[in-house]
Design a protein around this ligand. Structure first.
Ligand code: BJW
Ligand code: ZN
Length: 250
């Protein structure tokens, strides 16, 4: 048996035996749905920008229409994309024994579209918008208002007229506290965490595998590249999510 087959066999046994499993995902899990990873998300017109400069409130305030357009292009690509074999393999884990929590940094909604039920979206969802000044989501304020049909870039909040912005978590912003505390609880309680398709550079999300490890969970990484989590992991499976996860979780 090759080392890789031995790793897969042992990991399959851990998945079978797990009572609580966390699948912690990043942009790599959606790469094979055709959605560029965050650190590759600037192609074409956007190639001269730095994503860490664009994904901030300061960038939006400085040039709302430019940042709105970046998100509008990504939103259109995401709306046209389909979940891939990795999202489906994760969703199919439900009902097989362990309680599964999907803790994702992704803003694309593809885990839920693949059928996962407990999805904790740490960084929000690009398909929603909210008021820049804190009124909340426009559909709660004015159900008849359809921001998607409004040609302004960005459309104004129906309550206060401030610009609407994507309902995602930008650098320097707090993660939704209830979602993050549920994710911490899931990390503390799980027996096994699969860390899939994330560079694990962005905190506080990137601290969740360490929290799980310190609480006694086993950790496995699925990624074609090295990550800072590899050093904590019991197993590292090099490869793409849509190849490795169906093989591991079949
Ligand atoms: C494949 C694959 C395939 C490819 N299959 N795999 C502690 C230390 C240092 C800094 C900080 C810290 N704590 C906080 C900070 C600051 C900051 C931060 O972490 N900065 C670091 C960059 C240094 N964090 C924050 O600001 C957070 N807020 C916060 O801390 O609030 C408290 C606070 C308040 C006030 C002042 C100060 C602090 C908020 C972070 C929000 C992150 N938001 C983003 C943007 C969302 C909207 C958008 O998309 O535009 O979320 S950033 C971006 O990175 C996005 C992602 O969710 C996130 C993670 O990226 P991810 O998913 O890992 O993607 P990539 O592209 O990095 O990696 C892809 C991976 O896939 C790679 O490994 C590939 O190899 C792999 N891959 N193909 C499997 N087929
Ligand atoms: Zn408002």
């Amino acid at each position: 048996m090759s080392d890789r087959d031995a790793d897969l066999t042992q990991l399959r046994a851990w998945v079978q035996a797990a009572r609580r499993l966390v699948v912690f995902t990043g942009a790599g899990v959606s790469a094979e749905s055709g959605i560029p990873t965050f650190r590759d998300a600037l192609t074409g017109l956007w190639a001269r920008f730095d994503p860490e400069q664009l994904a901030t409130e300061a960038a939006f305030r400085a040039d709302p229409s430019m940042v709105w357009r970046w998100y509008a292009e990504r939103r259109a690509a995401i709306a046209a994309a389909q979940p891939n074999a990795a999202h489906r393999a994760i969703a199919a884990l439900e009902g097989r024994g362990p309680r599964v929590s999907v803790v994702t940094q992704n803003i694309d909604g593809l885990h839920a579209r693949a059928g996962s039920h407990e999805v904790l979206e740490l960084h929000g969802n690009i398909l929603r918008v909210k008021c820049l000044e804190g009124c909340g989501n426009p559909e709660r304020i004015e159900p008849a208002f359809d921001w998607r049909a409004d040609p302004r870039e960005p459309p104004p909040c129906p309550r206060c007229g401030a610009p609407l912005r994507p309902d995602v978590v930008w650098f320097g912003e707090l993660l939704p506290p209830d979602v993050f505390s549920r994710a911490e609880r899931a990390a503390l309680r799980c027996d096994l965490m699969l860390v899939v398709g994330t560079s694990a550079l962005v905190h506080p999300a990137a601290g969740l595998p360490l929290l799980a490890r310190q609480a006694g969970a086993r950790i496995a990484v699925v990624n074609p590249q090295d990550t800072p989590i590899d050093a904590l992991a019991d197993h590292v499976l090099r490869g793409s999510a849509a190849t490795v996860l169906p093989e591991l979780l079949r």
